[in-house]
Design a protein around this ligand. Structure first.
Ligand code: SF4
Ligand code: SF4
Length: 129
């Protein structure tokens, strides 16, 4: 049995110039989950996020509060760019405060590839690979 030849993908060792996984999530996901469902704070798997959430910089917290109180403010939507994303620089503005979901997504992992493919980040490489 023969398999079709798959296009090669670029090796990934950095998130520089990407931000695909931040473009369709609306806001830092674990903090939104905690704020919408307070009993999660008692779940040990949310302990680190609960601690970070309680100490967020004012601007970071303000954006989350606005996201929750005015979901469509500034064109932001649950499936749009994260409210912490600097879209021009393609970087998280509060990187040190990012929640667990953002920390565990590994560069080049299958999940990362799915985001990149959906956002067209690898499109050129896949076509030419
Ligand atoms: S984890 Fe993947 S999708 Fe997210 S910014 Fe890094 S390279 Fe892009
Ligand atoms: S918190 Fe930062 S890393 Fe996570 S989705 Fe938002 S901009 Fe991206």
């Amino acid at each position: 049995m023969s398999f079709p030849e798959l296009p090669s993908l670029p090796l990934l060792d950095s998130c520089d110039g990407c931000s695909a996984c931040c473009l369709e999530i609306g806001a830092p996901p674990d903090y939104i989950a905690l704020l919408k469902n307070s009993p999660l704070a008692d779940d040990p798997s949310f302990a680190e996020d609960s601690a970070r959430l309680s100490q967020l910089p004012d601007e970071a917290a303000r954006r989350i509060t606005r996201y929750l109180s005015e979901p469509a403010a500034g064109g932001r939507t649950p499936d749009g760019p994260c409210v912490w994303l600097d879209a021009d620089r393609k970087r998280c503005e509060f990187y040190d405060w990012r929640p667990s979901s953002c920390r565990v997504l590994e560069t080049g992992s299958p999940g990362c590839r799915i985001y990149r493919r959906r956002q067209g980040v690898d499109a050129t490489a896949e076509r030419s690979g």
